[in-house]
Ligand binder design. Sequence first.
Ligand code: AMP
Length: 221
Amino acid sequence: MRIILLGPPGAGKGTQAKTLALELRLPHISTGDILRKSASLGTALGLEAKDFMNKGVLVPDELVTRMLMERIDQPDAKSGFILDGYPRTLAQAQALDEKLKERKLNIDFAVYLETSESVVIQRLGGRLVCSKCGANFHLNNMPPKKEMICDSCGGGLYQRSDDKEETISKRLQVYHSESAPLVKYYQAQNILYRLNADGEPSIVLHQIIRMAKDHHDSLKV
Ligand code: AMP
């Protein structure tokens, strides 16, 4: 099954995608994670992407799409994947459809995690990420047991450089102009589900799992 998670930064796409991937036994593919890893390894792609990311603007479509398709063509993504952070522009959505079609594949459904702006700002402002395993914590909503240490692997926690106040507002602007139109794109294909993601992540997760199961069952009929 091939699932896309849509929504503004801070909607909880990463958190949902990680758990959903474990539940459905599919790889979680986050273009943001791949770009951050490339940047920290100092690869040519990472260095090129770093400047865009630090400014809170999008990395060029062509670069991200090439990187994404390399990941999608890996053997572990053969039976499906959960996409988090891609597509982010109409051009990316069209490129993805085209490239999947060449492989005789398609997207099963897209979930739009609707989130209010005040919740997004509160979530991103306090977000902490593990430098080792990528787990997310929050200064107030989900603090780690030991200060700045990951509960799962003991790695050090840090604040993403693009989670600073000025960059958050730039990322939200970019979201509204570039990524919000994707909702209509998938709606027109009749594969869009809307969920209110302001509340408890576990409730949202159950709703997505239910959708995935219903979708899976409907394919068998
Ligand atoms: P994320 O971790 O999804 O919030 O992404 C962090 C940053 O990585 C974004 O603000 C962009 O600069 C870059 N990025 C991630 N995914 C994409 C994408 N699909 N297209 C362009 N830039 C991206």
